[in-house]
Write a protein that binds this ligand. Structure first.
Ligand code: GLU
Length: 286
């Protein structure tokens, strides 16, 4: 069965870009008579606003998207810890005490997510103390894994290139697991078959594919959809005050009409090359 998910982080309200992402995931599952999941990614306790989870549910209801909610990340920490221990036992995680500023100052190259870590702590040897992050020894990990591929429904078969990111942090100092470890484990635990998300996370999939291999997790198919952009070409983002769905909902706008508008823009972008037509999509709503 096709299973997709929408996995918002409750650190700001949802806007139209999220509606777009949720609708892509929902419709992709519905096309196959599958299931659409909601997973609250509240791993980052410091930034999470618990009250937003209910807003997210109300937003999906307003858009008339049927979903099944699975456990939020805050309830899954034990599974992240087990996986991190497994990787540690394989000898491919190492502790790191560097601050962001130190990493930025020492970096000689940029990766997709910012400065590439020059493996300072790996060369320095083990550091004692609880206040450490755990990084993946990318050289060892990729050597162990060998060449890997992954498939995106819209972009075809990709050769995994996790080395682009260098020694990524998988266990954080300030929050438990990193996004990469948590999301990969969750998708496997939730039985997600098609990971649908914005193309801004396309590169992250290289790391997720490697983690799946190392931990012996099932390998889904990915579906990276375009992200909505503002008139200046920048990604529509909650940080830049895109209108919140919740505000539009409270102002009495019709969520079904908003969803139909989103679907119309999706079909304009060839997004329904997975086979769903706008009229089918709208019929599913009624
Ligand atoms: N929690 C992530 C976000 O809100 C989404 C992660 C994903 O879809 O893999 O951006």
């Amino acid at each position: 069965m096709t299973v997709t998910r929408f996995a918002p982080s409750p650190n700001g309200p949802l806007h139209l870009g999220h509606a777009y992402s949720a609708i892509v995931a929902h419709d992709r599952a519905m096309r196959d008579g599958g299931e659409f999941l909601l997973r609250i990614e509240d791993i980052d306790g410091a930034r999470s606003r618990p009250e937003l989870a209910q807003e997210f549910r109300d937003d999906l209801d307003w858009l008339q998207l049927q979903y099944r909610e699975v456990a939020p990340q805050s309830e899954r920490i034990a599974s992240y810890r087990t996986a991190a221990n497994e990787l540690r036992a394989m000898g491919i995680l190492y502790p790191c005490t560097c601050t962001r500023a130190e990493v930025a100052a020492a970096a000689v190259a940029q990766g997709p997510d910012g400065p590439l870590y020059p493996s300072t702590c790996l060369r320095r040897g083990p550091v004692p103390g609880p206040d450490v992050a755990w990084r993946l020894d990318m050289e060892q990990a990729t050597l162990l894994a060998g060449p890997l591929e992954w498939t995106d429904e819209r972009h075809g078969v990709q050769l995994a290139r996790p080395e682009l990111f260098g020694d990524v942090v998988l266990w954080r100092k300030d929050a438990p697991a990193s996004y990469h470890l948590a999301a990969t484990l969750d998708d496997a635990a939730d039985g997600v078959t098609h990971v649908t998300r914005g193309v801004d996370l396309f590169q992250a999939t290289h790391i997720h594919r490697l983690i799946q291999h190392l931990l012996g997790l099932p390998v889904p198919v990915w579906h990276h959809h375009p992200v909505l952009v503002e008139s200046d070409g920048r990604k529509l983002a909650k940080r830049r005050d895109a209108p919140a769905l919740a505000d539009r909902r409270r102002a009495g706008e019709d969520g079904r009409a908003v969803a139909a508008e989103v679907r119309a823009s999706l079909s304009g972008h060839g997004l329904f090359d997975t086979g769903i037509s706008l009229s089918d999509a709208i019929n599913q709503l009624s």
